[in-house]
Design a protein around this ligand. Structure first.
Ligand code: SF4
Ligand code: MG
Length: 328
């Protein structure tokens, strides 16, 4: 029953403008309570911006963001959550950043880093907060004595464990992982991913997992949302996306994942053409400059979202044509 209860953290339309760059341009999706949603695309496609906007770390220029039914922003209706209420809600929505080096204040010891938010929200007294921090460090695979140390005394992987512990300290409902293993040595990436996965389960977290790497998202996420140049091009369950990718961009991303048999590698779709910039995206379907199926219509008309099968939504003129016959 819990799964049926929609928990639209992010819903509606959102256009986030940074200067003239439409980093996130009119995207819509929601994250269901308890699910892990993967947000995938090449670097610069607006994934991080989307993640930060959902958490209200960035202010959207258009659209609507809601969390558990509560409106954080509704730009068209000029509605905005009060700063006070946002402070209260902040503890429910936490993020683990890509770069563990930059995201921990070098002047603070780990105890301070982990208790700062808890004390600000008056969740515990100081002593209790510190005990909690020690417990969390141990859960995250570090020693409790780490509270007395400083970020520079830890390796990249350990710092990312601290970053995860910090996000968990406030007992959030939603956690966003933004490329949280991308800056780490390949040898420790899977350890950190496993830890993150264990914590999601242990604390029953709803998760937005941002990554440029589809092969990582595949086994980790319940549903996947693919972005290209600030737009969502396809959303579906991991199963749907991997067994029947419908958008040519998703197909190209998938074909780029190295296969175990070299024979299969020849099916790789090579994307030609330069990646256009978000500042000056192509008209019509933004992918048309790199799409092998592009037609005249693609250059003029923005493809609308089509639900090709239940829960599997794609923005491509090609699919629209086939809807009914092949997919329903
Ligand atoms: Fe390719 Fe046209 Fe589909 Fe865009 S709408 S992905 S250009 S076929
Ligand atoms: Mg990013």
């Amino acid at each position: 029953a819990g799964l049926k209860k929609y928990f639209p953290i992010y819903k509606g339309i959102l256009a986030k403008k940074t200067g003239d760059i439409k980093a996130v341009d009119d995207i819509s999706f929601h994250i269901r309570k308890g699910e892990i949603l993967g947000l995938v695309g090449e670097s610069g496609c607006g994934k991080s911006t989307a993640g930060r906007t959902i958490l209200n770390l960035l202010e959207p220029t258009g659209g609507k963001v809601t969390f558990e039914g509560e409106v954080l922003y509704d730009v068209e209706k000029k509605q905005k959550i009060t700063a006070n209420r946002m402070r209260q809600m902040r503890k429910d929505m936490q993020i683990v950043f890509q770069d563990p080096y930059a995201s921990l204040d070098p002047r603070m010891n780990i105890g301070t880093i982990l208790t700062e938010g808890v004390l600000k929200h008056k969740l515990y007294q100081k002593k209790e907060a510190l005990d909690k921090a020690k417990e969390l460090l141990e859960i995250c695979g570090l020693s409790a004595s780490a509270v007395h140390k400083y970020p520079h005394e830890f390796s990249g992987g350990q710092r990312q464990r601290i970053g995860i512990a910090r996000a968990l300290a406030l007992n959030p409902k939603l956690i966003v992982g933004d490329e949280l293993i991308a800056a780490l040595d390949v040898s420790i990436q899977s350890q950190i991913l496993t830890l993150f996965q264990e914590m999601i389960e242990k604390f029953s977290l709803t998760t937005l997992f941002i990554s440029h790497d589809l092969s990582v998202v595949r086994y980790f996420c319940d549903r996947i949302c693919v972005m290209y140049l600030g737009s969502v091009v396809e959303i579906g369950t991991s199963e749907q996306l991997f067994s029947q990718p419908l958008h040519p961009y998703t197909q190209a991303l998938l074909s780029a994942i190295p296969k175990t048999s070299p024979k299969d590698n020849k099916d790789r779709i090579i994307l030609t053409g330069e990646v256009p910039t978000a500042a000056n995206p192509p008209k019509g379907c933004k992918f048309h400059t790199r799409c092998q199926y592009a037609t005249k219509r693609c250059k003029q008309e923005v493809p609308q979202a089509i639900e090709a099968e239940p829960g599997h939504v794609v923005n491509c003129h090609l699919v629209e044509k086939r809807t009914g016959a092949d997919y329903l």
